[in-house]
Design a protein around this ligand. Structure first.
Ligand code: 5GP
Ligand code: ZN
Length: 111
């Protein structure tokens, strides 16, 4: 297995987990870009949002719902951002689908 996030899922690489269920885990980003920076990922390896299939629609919805729930847990009521990068030009460095949850300050415009 060559995927860092799959290694985090099985506990081979430690991570500061904030949420876990049968299908999803969420953990703090090792290099936070905001006071609160959490990654929400499926336990099943999917390369990225570009290869999602219609069968993945429910899981994708659950990932967004988990992000919103975690945002409430971390008291980000004043706003936050959910981001997924895709491919080289999109800045995806880990090729395992993940949503960034960013908040805890007034975020700069991203584009
Ligand atoms: P991407 O650049 O693919 O959108 O996001 C990958 C994110 O994973 C980056 O924000 C990076 O800091 C984070 N990351 C990479 N390796 C690790 C790791 O081993 N542990 C944790 N917690 N985050 C990681
Ligand atoms: Zn993976």
């Amino acid at each position: 297995m060559d995927c860092i996030f799959c290694k985090i899922i099985v506990g081979e690489i430690p991570a500061e987990k904030v949420y876990s269920d049968e299908e999803i885990i969420a953990f703090k980003d090792i290099n936070p870009q905001a006071p609160c920076h959490i990654l929400i990922i499926p336990k099943r390896h999917i390369d990225g949002a570009d290869v999602l299939k219609s069968d993945d629609a429910e899981l994708t919805g659950k990932l967004i719902l988990a992000a919103a729930r975690i945002a409430r847990q971390f008291h980000l009521e004043s706003g936050y951002r959910i981001v997924t990068n895709i491919g080289k030009d999109g800045g995806q460095t880990v090729r395992h689908l993940h949503f960034h949850l960013l908040g805890g300050e007034k975020l700069k415009d991203s584009f």
